[in-house]
Design a protein around this ligand. Structure first.
Ligand SMILES: CCCCCCCCCC/C=C\C/C=C/C(=O)SCCNC(=O)CCNC(=O)[C@H](O)C(C)(C)COP(=O)(O)OP(=O)(O)OC[C@H]1O[C@@H](n2cnc3c(N)ncnc32)[C@H](O)[C@@H]1OP(=O)(O)O
Ligand SMILES: Cc1cc2nc3c(=O)[nH]c(=O)nc-3n(C[C@H](O)[C@H](O)[C@H](O)COP(=O)(O)OP(=O)(O)OC[C@H]3O[C@@H](n4cnc5c(N)ncnc54)[C@H](O)[C@@H]3O)c2cc1C
Length: 671
């Protein structure tokens, strides 16, 4: 079967792997990106960008200072903006995303938050009077914006943000102020140096009454000189774990006046005479966060895919040690431990991307509903995106780190691309709502679902399975080798565990309440259990999404995806075996059966491993990894990469000349 990656001159081990492929890699790629046309369009973009001198990096960013990286990124950003339509349909979200990944990379760029949050916030939350003015200019990139919500002292607990917006009826303006040091906005991406506007989250005050957090458009810098406006202090927060090319910023506002219309008033409103009208749903103002949490799934699925590609290809190329005496050294991909480390990451990357597809459909349906005045889909989507954001970012982070370690010493080098990838990706556990906090949002929703289920009330989409009757004992290992029924048995077992954990967490919560604790204090005493229930529920949702996609996939790729799904489900059940065992739903024998099936899956998938990662269709530019390159010619490339280190510009470094050589000389003369 064809793997389209085979080319002359490639590493022979990689070619050998590609020849054992049992499916058409293009079919799988097309399925992953929605259609053959989408796949072709991605490839055209890659080809054009790779050949374009505006996007060439004579010196890899690994060897540049942060300032130089930002300069190079800003230059490429300008080229993307001015010449974007030469490469793609700039109105197509996925084409633009791919163009940016190819042309600029993942470490941040001047417009990341402009497109990622500033524009979505304005489009989703601002009223016509404001949007008519600012959105055309923002889309035309006459202005650049950031989303400034988090403060030095508060990020999670939005209710206690300190920045104030006080309505002045006399002038029909809001006065925006940073009252304390801890009230400074701190962290917002692109706020420090790039943006001249921001959506700023402030506590709204009317007639001395605190109403709560609302968003306001504030101009930060002069449109001509880009200097901060009077009363505005703004800058970069300094080096951080990754996102080197993003100017995460600080901001202090000294009683800045903005007109009434600058409040984002699509949902909540303040009339000219200062009358406040709340939104039709209390949390519609938090809509931008739901949007980003949903879209983060795609980005994080792709991050994990990158790591899986690098680790799988490199493991096919790398030979080290022998499994049996008297035979040549083996490809490290032949070690069972290596497969057990890497293959679940391949399956998880597919599962995350497929889950994203489901969520995107739900998000679009919710937005359509809101436009027609219905908010009933919001609570379910908020609950499941909160859980998914937490589980996926954590899962992807652990997976990337596994892949990095699976590459041995070279995985520790920036040449592998994996340390930087991890640095960027792992930020997702914190931003857009810290994971422990987001899981509690899911758990709150589960507690309501438990109550509804007990009362026989209708259950919404993500928790519908709470209404199923459990069979009491698992069918795992008792389906006579019927794969479809085995998959169903595993899904049923996971659903049983998620439901049980939710019910038990609810009972623990209630018990503490009966013991005299307030609801809130009691909640804090059971949050570990609450978050555990939320995690398992979310993993059930992912498993169901993956299962749905696989069972409805075209017949040509269904067998390989079914193998991958088997691995995914076996791995998930073994990983969560304690939950399946705890109440006796599964027996120890059934868990041993699951493990043995998992080891069989590793062997089954081995001939398709390289082709499965090839099917993610990430280019060498996107991978940005010497170890993961498509042609597998790793060792020569590793040497050429190291040669570019600035330490190698001279044979004798000034630091050696100045300190180390005299020290050695002194020591010698002491003898
Ligand atoms: C182009 C697309 C983008 C691609 C993605 C790539 C991303 C680009 C990379 C850039 C990198 C980084 C960008 C980062 C940006 C940021 O981090 S912005 C700042 C994000 N900050 C947060 O997420 C703060 C987290 N805190 C909160 O969300 C809330 O404060 C919290 C939910 C924790 C609690 O809020 P409270 O007001 O106290 O509410 P609570 O009492 O708990 O709940 C009341 C009620 O409301 C429901 N609820 C809460 N939030 C929402 C929501 N967003 N939507 C709907 N409903 C919500 C909650 O469930 C409760 O419901 P109930 O029925 O009363 O139980
Ligand atoms: C790379 C990056 C980019 C960012 N970009 C932006 C941006 O563009 N715009 C913006 O406004 N912000 C941005 N942020 C800020 C980000 O949204 C916040 O850091 C995040 O929401 C977490 O808030 P915090 O920092 O206040 O953490 P804290 O809330 O102080 O969390 C610290 C610890 O306390 C725990 N904790 C807090 N509350 C609870 C609770 N209720 N229950 C249990 N545990 C709790 C947390 O779980 C965590 O372990 C960015 C952050 C990063 C790292």
């Amino acid at each position: 079967m064809p793997n389209r990656c085979i080319k002359e001159g490639d590493n022979p081990d990689l070619t050998k792997e590609r020849k054992t492929c049992t499916f058409d890699t293009d079919e799988l790629t097309a399925n992953l990106y929605g259609s053959r046309n989408n796949m072709e369009r991605r490839r055209e973009i890659t080809k054009k960008i790779s050949a374009d001198p505006d996007f060439a990096d004579p010196i890899p960013h690994d060897f540049l200072s942060r300032e130089k990286c930002i300069e190079a990124t800003a230059k490429k950003t300008k080229a993307v903006v001015q010449r974007g339509s030469e490469f793609c349909d700039v109105t197509n979200y996925y084409e633009m995303l791919h163009l940016i990944n190819e042309a600029i990379g993942i470490g941040g760029y001047p417009l990341a938050l402009h497109y990622g949050m500033f524009l979505p916030a304005l489009e989703g939350q601002a009223e016509k009077e404001l949007t008519d003015d600012i959105i055309p200019r923002a889309k035309n990139l006459e202005v650049i914006g950031a989303y400034a919500q988090t403060e030095m002292g508060h990020g999670t607990n939005l209710r206690e943000l300190e920045t104030t917006a006080t309505y002045d009826k006399a002038t029909q303006e809001f006065i925006i102020n940073t009252p304390t040091r801890s009230a400074m906005k701190w962290w917002p991406g692109n706020l420090g140096k790039m943006s001249n506007y921001a959506v700023v989250t402030c506590q709204l005050f009317i007639d001395g009454r605190k109403i709560g957090p609302h968003n306001f458009l504030v101009q930060l810098r002069c449109e001509k000189t880009h200097e901060p406006l009077p009363g505005i202090i703004v800058g970069d927060i300094g080096p951080k774990m990754a996102f080197d090319t993003n100017d995460n910023g600080f901001l202090a506002l000294d009683n800045i006046r903005v007109p009434r219309k600058n409040m984002l008033m699509k949902h909540a409103k303040v009339s000219p005479d200062g009358v406040y009208t709340p939104p039709m749903h209390a949390k519609l103002n938090y809509g931008t966060m739901v949007y980003v949490r949903a879209h983060m799934l795609y980005a994080h699925g792709q991050f994990l895919a990158t790591a899986a590609i690098v680790a799988t290809r490199y493991s096919a190329v790398r030979r080290q040690g022998r499994i049996e005496h008297g035979v040549p050294e083996v490809q490290i991909l032949d070690y069972q431990t290596q497969q057990h480390r890497i293959f679940p990451q391949i399956a998880r990357a597919y599962a995350i991307i497929f889950t994203y597809m489901d969520i995107k459909d739900q998000y679009d349906a919710m937005i359509k509903g809101i436009a027609e005045g219905q908010t009933d889909l919001l609570p379910d989507l908020h609950a499941i995106t909160s859980g998914l954001k937490s589980v996926v970012t954590h899962m992807a982070g652990l997976g990337i780190e596994q892949c990095r370690m699976a590459c041995g010493g070279h995985g520790y080098s920036d040449a592998s691309g994996l340390p930087k990838l991890y640095g960027v990706q792992i930020g997702g556990c914190t931003y857009e709502g810290e994971n422990m906090v987001m899981l509690q949002q899911t758990a709150r929703y589960l507690m309501k679902a438990v109550a509804s289920a007990l009362q026989g009330k209708p259950l919404s989409h993500s928790v519908a399975y709470f209404g199923k009757k459990s069979s009491g004992k698992s069918r795992i290992g008792k389906e006579g080798g019927d794969i479809a029924r085995e998959h169903e048995a595993m899904l049923e077992a996971l659903e049983h565990a998620a439901c049980r954990l939710s019910v038990e967490a609810s009972q623990m919560w209630e018990k503490r309440g009966r013991g005299g604790e307030t609801k809130e204090r009691a909640w804090n005493g059971v949050t570990v259990e609450m978050n555990r229930a939320a995690r398992v529920h979310t993993r059930v949702f992912m498993a169901r999404s993956f299962h749905r996609r696989v069972t409805s996939s075209p017949p040509s790729i269904r067998p390989v995806l079914t193998d991958l799904l088997s691995l995914y489900l076996h791995y998930e059940c073994v990983d969560m075996a304690h939950h399946l065992l705890e109440d006796g739903f599964c027996s120890g024998e059934q868990i041993r059966y699951l493990k043995s099936r998992l080891y069989e899956d590793l062997t089954t998938l081995r001939p398709n491993a390289v082709s499965l990662v090839d099917s993610f269709d990430q280019s060498d530019r996107e991978l940005n990894s010497v170890l993961g390159r498509r042609d597998g010619n790793v060792y020569e490339a590793l040497y050429q990469w190291a040669r570019k280190s600035e330490l190698n510009y001279t044979d004798v470094l000034p630091a050696v000349q100045k300190y180390v050589m005299p020290m050695m000389e002194e020591n010698r003369s002491k003898l």
